[in-house]
Design a protein around this ligand. Structure first.
Ligand code: NAP
Length: 236
């Protein structure tokens, strides 16, 4: 039997980057996965169901969940990976970019998590995992709004962990370090190299580094692990 046989998983940001690698990881483990992203599906698998939705729009999130509920009566695991990054000095950051980061990186995980929790309530079991960033710890110049949304995501996760504990739903945060994706390509290479070389474990993250922690949080054995944040790369 595979690790995720008969599991129903929802992954946001499933078209690219970390969300896509996690979707493929869950599918390889035997799960059925519903993915949400803005664009059309990039994954061709019989157990994968794609929903195109703009998570920045709360009405679109509500519509997406109508589709999720039509596909499956329940959910076991949710990973909020979708996010946007505009890295810019605060004095010249466009207000619209700052607002988009709040909507996608913070408000959307709140809306997705609570809709998912309503579905998990039926089986009284669930795992909510939110993808955060080393930026919370490093507080890099240019990332005031991005890092603030990710710090807020940890606070959100920890309070959800308390509210959802009676439903046997755990909520945890994975703060990942740099990994080669479209988002990372938006940053200057020298800035990324300087950040990576300054990590206690000075290298880029691999898919396995990320899947390892996701598997830990998602495991049936982790029912007593909630409101925790794990940072990769040796960051505390
Ligand atoms: N890459 C890194 O080095 C790094 C480091 C630290 C933390 N992180 C975190 O890791 C997570 C994944 O990042 P990534 O590098 O994989 O990013 P990415 O390559 O830019 O992919 C982002 C995904 O999120 C989706 N998305 C963005 N805005 C959306 C919206 N409004 N509605 C629906 N979907 C939306 C995108 O959908 P479309 O494909 O349809 O556009 C895409 O599938 C994020 O939470 C990020 O903050 C990444």
């Amino acid at each position: 039997m595979s690790a995720y046989d008969s599991h129903l998983v929802l992954v946001t940001g499933s078209r690219r980057g970390v969300g896509k690698l996690l979707t493929e990881h869950f599918l390889a483990g035997g799960a059925r996965v519903v993915g949400i992203a803005r664009g059309a599906s990039t994954i061709d698998h019989e157990a994968y169901f794609h929903i195109s939705a703009d998570l920045a729009n709360p009405a679109a999130v509500a519509d997406a969940f109508k589709q999720v509920r039509a596909l499956t009566p329940s959910l076991d695991i949710v990973v909020n990976s979708a996010a946007v990054l505009t890295s810019q000095y605060a004095l010249i950051m466009p207000a619209a970019s700052a607002e988009e980061m709040v909507q996608v990186n913070l408000l959307a995980p709140f809306l997705v998590s609570r809709e998912a929790a309503k579905m998990m309530r039926a089986r009284k079991w669930g795992r909510i995992i939110n993808v955060s960033s080393m930026a919370v710890r490093l507080e890099p110049i240019g990332d005031s709004m991005y890092a603030a949304t990710k710090a807020g995501l940890t606070t959100l996760t920890n309070i959800l962990a308390k509210e959802l504990a009676p439903l046997n739903i755990t909520c945890n945060t994975l703060g990942i370090s740099a990994i080669e994706t479209d988002m990372l390509k938006k940053l200057p290479g020298d800035k990324v190299a300087a950040v990576v070389s300054g990590l206690p474990l000075p290298r880029m993250a691999t898919p396995n580094d990320i899947c390892n922690v996701i598997d830990f949080f998602a495991s049936p054995r982790s029912g007593y692990i909630s409101a925790q944040t794990i940072y990769l790369g040796g960051l505390s």
